[in-house]
Design a protein around this ligand. Sequence first.
Ligand code: MRU
Length: 340
Amino acid sequence: MHALQTTSLRVADNHLFILDQQALPQEKRWLSAGTVAELVGHIHALRVRGAPLIGLSASLLLALLAEQGANRDQLAQALETLRAARPTAVNLMNNLDRMKQALAQENFVSALSAEALRLIDEDKQLCDSIAQAGSALVTAGSRLLTHCNTGGLATAGVGTALGVIALAHQQGKVANVWVDETRPLLQGGRLTAWELGELGVPYQLITDSMAASLMAKGQVDAVWVGADRIAANGDVANKIGTYSLAVLAKFHHVPFYVAAPQTTLDPLCPNGDAIPIEQRAAAEVTGVAGSFGAVQWAPENAQVYNPAFDVTPAALISGWVLDSGVVTPAEVANGVFQPK
Ligand code: MRU
C-alpha cells in the first residue's frame, strides 16, 4: 500500500502507525499497530479512538495484513476480532462489513487494499460535507458548546462536530467555544482543547458540570456533538454526558445538533435501547491517568459505574447534520432513518 498520513493514522513501509491519543497533548508519539493484538490493545486503551477512526484503523490493518501474506481464513478471523474491539460505535461494524465483501472477492488482496483506501477517502469527503451543511446553521457571533472530541483526531478528515465549528470559525461566525472536559477520559480537556488551539479557534475549557449555569446565563447559542450510533428512530448514542447536555439544552431553549457521517447510521437498530453501551474499567473513575502518570483519589475498592456512552432520545435533538445535509425532527419522525 502506498504511504498515507492523516492527523492520527500513518501507513509507512506497509506498516500501520497510530498517533497515541492518550499521550496528547503533552507528547506527539506514534506507535506501531502492525498486528491485530497491537491494534485491539490501542483501541481498548483509547490510544486509537473516535467512532470513524476506529473503523478506518481496523480496515487499514486488514488490508496491510493481506498484503503481508495472511490467508483468507486468517483475515476472516482477524476481522471478527477487530469487530469486537469496541461495541458502541457502529462505524467499526459498517466499515468491516465492506471489508468482508472485499475479502470475499477472488483477488482479495488488492480488493481489501482498494476498499480500505476508499474508506479513508470517503471519510474525508463525508467530513467536508458535514462541515458545509453544519456551518450554514451557525449564526454570526455564536458561542458554541461541544463535548468529547470530534475533530481530525477522531476521523480521517476535518472531523464531524468539530469540523463544523472549524469551518464556521473560518467563516468568521464563532465568538467562543465552550469545551466540556469530558470525564472520565478527558477527550475534551486533552484533545479538543489541543485541536482548537492548533486551529486558532477561541475556546474556554470547562468541567462538564458547568454547562448548566452557562446556559442559564444565556451564554450558549448552540450545542454541537458527534455520534457513535444513530438508531432508526433518531436516538443517538454518544460519549457519556451528551444526554445531560441535551436535557439542559431543551430546558434552556438552546439548539442541540448532532453531526455524523452516514457510517454512523444503524437503520437495523430500532431505538436507543437496542444500542450496546460499553462499560469500562473502574480505574477511569477512581482517578485519572495519562502521560503525566496516574493519580487515584477514591478509596481502594470503591464501587464504580462507568458506562462510556449514553443515549440521547430523538425528541431532544434539533437537527442531525449528516454528509447528505441537515435532517429535521419531522423527517426523522417520518422514518428517514428507517431501513429502506
Ligand atoms: O470513547 P471515544 O473517545 O472513542 O468516544 C467516541 C467519540 O469520539 C464520540 O463520542 C464522538 O462524539 C463521535 S466520533 C467523531
